[in-house]
Structures are given as C-alpha cells and as structure tokens.
Design a protein around this ligand. Structure first.
Ligand code: PEP
Ligand code: MN
Length: 354
C-alpha cells in the first residue's frame, strides 16, 4: 500500500532539524513548568512529556495520567511551545485532544501491537493532527510500516516516525540497538516520510546523546526527540538518559547539520555499515572476554595455570591460516590476536587473584 502523506509542518529554524524536547514523564506541575520554561528560553519550539508511561514491571511510576494534561496546556499557553505526548489507547487520545495536544506519538510497545494501533487509528479518524510512530520494540520493518498504513487508512496524512532503537536479550553498548539499516531501508521504501531520531531511548545514557544526535544528522534524519529534565538525576523515570536544557542546548549547538546531496548520502550509508560492523566487533569481543572470565574461574577452582602455551599457538596458527583465506595479511591477523590474547590473560588474572 502506498502512503498518502502531507507535510508535518512542524516549527524548526531554517535548515535545522525539528527538535522535540522535554522530560520522559510529567512528574509535577513545577517540574513540567521549570523544564519547559528553560527549554523555551533556549529556543525549543516543541515540548514532550509522557503522561501515561508503559513500564516493564508493575510498581514503577506509570505516569500521572489525566491530571498532568492541564500542566502541558499551561506550557503551551505560557511558553508558546507546541505540546506532545504518547497515546496508547482511545481514552488517551480523547483526553489528549481535549487538552489541546498538538502532536501525538505512538510508543514502541504500542506500535508492536496491531490491535492497539487499529484502536488508536479508529479513535483518530477525522482528526487532523501530526502523529509520530515509534518503531516497534522488535526489529520488524513490516510491522512498523503496517502501523503507519493503519493510521493512513483512516485519513491521517501528517505522519512521521521516531527511530528509538530495538530491544534485545543480550546486554549491549546501547539500551536499544540502533540497527540504523532499518530506518535507512524505511527511507528507501517511503522517501517522503520524516524520520526523527530518539537518541535518549537508543543510548539509555547521557554521554551517548551527543554522538547519536550527530549520527542521525549524518544520516540525513529530519529531527531529534530528546529527553530533557530540569534535574535529570532526580527524574522519576529514565534518570540516566535525561539531560538538562543547558546541556541539550550545548549538544545542539555543536551539531553539524549536513546537506542532503546524493554523493554524501551514499557515503553516509557506507559509513553506517562500517559503524554497525564496528559495534558488532565490540560486542563480539565483549562476549569473548566474558567467556574468558568464566574459563578463569574454572581454572582457579581446578587449580590449573592460566597460560597454556600450546593453546595460544593453536589460536595464532588458526587465525594466520584464516587470514590468508579472507584476503588479509597474516601478520596483521596475528597482531590482533596477540592483543586479544593479552587482554584475555589480563582479565583471567583479575578473576584468579580476586
Ligand atoms: C518515551 O518516549 O518516553 C517512551 C516511553 O519511549 P518508547 O516507547 O520508545 O520506549
Ligand atoms: Mn523515557
């Protein structure tokens, strides 16, 4: 199905990405107003705050619900910013519209569920509002496009997507693996669809926000949605990944926004592939060291020496032979494995001497 799209028409400074910023959750009226006024003073035009929070386990802060909506309306009235929040049910849609929400987004857990997306689509029939669809938590492009199709079918044309990474079982560098090839493929399939990057939920850590924002710009994404809180360390949800309005301003002022011509576009795609491979290399290495540490514990228990030279030469011989077969220099491969071996021994010694 071909999507029928219309411009999102969101405010941004000329030649700059659309920026949406605000706390993970609307906690108190004071927190909302303080964060919003700081963001507005930095020139931010669109405010975000979660009112209904999907939590993995019961007992966590699940959002204030409807009582937080007047706080967002106050943000709009007093700062002039547009306001946005996540909706997951038809009741959320009704309440959000009642309080003048300008933009809605569909969360990652909701876009993974076609029944829930259809219920949202039905509730939004006949409403002209921009809707941003987060990628489903699982890396399934068809499911993501399917959610857009359901919304488009009821007449919503001002659609965009938010790339927030994909969850996985293994512990990774990122909270949610970016798998950049998926939004890139989405762009190829639906070229007119605005893509906004959510570095906060991809990174899960403050120090990853700046490099992820830059990577999104390098890939020609159209905007950023960043969690920002007046006192991030005190946040009731996602405290590790929120940044102050000042630090967001600093991150944005250092962003290099590229022009979108096709030669650099091709180069960007190739670089993205390199970045993906480098991430995989790091993850593979960390898996290798994890097993090394297990071996270290085993050797300690059974009183076996760490260094067994026969084993080391066996590894080196094997990778030198493999290097030749893969078109790599045998010496280069040997050097890499010497370094890996050195680090493995260091990590095993740490375990043995614990
Ligand atoms: C959020 O934006 O606060 C949120 C809950 O995000 P996600 O749906 O991507 O987990
Ligand atoms: Mn969050």
């Amino acid at each position: 199905m071909e999507l029928e799209l219309a411009d999102l028409n969101l405010p941004c400074d000329k030649g700059h990405p659309v920026i949406i910023a605000g706390p993970c959750s609307a906690e108190t009226e004071a927190q909302v107003m303080s964060t919003a006024s700081h963001l507005a003073a930095k020139g931010c035009h669109i405010f975000r705050a979660g009112v209904w929070k999907p939590r993995t386990k019961p007992g966590g802060f699940e959002g204030n619900g409807e009582i937080a909506l007047p706080w967002l309306r106050r943000v709009k009235e007093e700062t002039g910013m547009m306001i946005s929040t996540e909706v997951a049910t038809p009741e959320h849609v009704e309440a959000a519209l009642k309080y003048g929400m300008d933009i809605l987004w569909v969360g990652a857990r909701t876009s993974a569920n076609p029944f829930a997306v259809q219920a949202l689509a039905d509730a939004l029939q006949g409403v002209d509002i921009p809707v941003l669809v987060k990628n489903p938590v699982n890396p399934d492009l068809e499911l993501w496009i399917g959610a857009l199709e359901r919304l488009n079918q009821v007449g919503l044309k001002r659609l965009g997507v938010i790339h927030r990474g994909f969850s996985s079982y293994e512990k990774k560098i990122y909270r949610n693996a970016p798998m950049w090839q998926i939004p890139i493929e989405l762009r190829r399939r639906i070229p007119g669809l605005p893509i906004i990057c959510d570095p906060s939920h991809i990174g899960g850590r403050r120090d990853l926000i700046a490099p992820l924002c830059q990577q999104a710009m390098d890939l020609g994404f159209d905007g950023l949605i960043v969690e920002s809180h007046c006192r991030p360390e005190k946040a009731w949800s996602d405290a590790e990944q929120q940044v102050t309005p000042d630090s967001l301003d600093d991150i944005l002022s250092r962003l290099v926004v590229r022009n979108h011509d096709s030669i650099t576009e091709d180069l960007r795609i190739l670089r993205t592939q390199i970045d993906e491979i480098d991430n995989s290399l790091m993850e593979l290495l960390s898996k290798r060291f994890l097993i090394c540490r297990e071996i270290g514990a085993f050797k300690k228990q059974n009183n076996i020496t760490i260094l067994q030279s026969g084993r080391y030469s066996e590894i080196l011989d094997k990778c030198e032979a493999q290097a030749g077969l893969c078109g790599m220099d045998a010496n280069f491969a040997a050097q890499i494995f010497e370094l890996i071996h050195e680090e493995s021994v260091r990590q095993q010694l740490e375990i043995v001497n614990k």
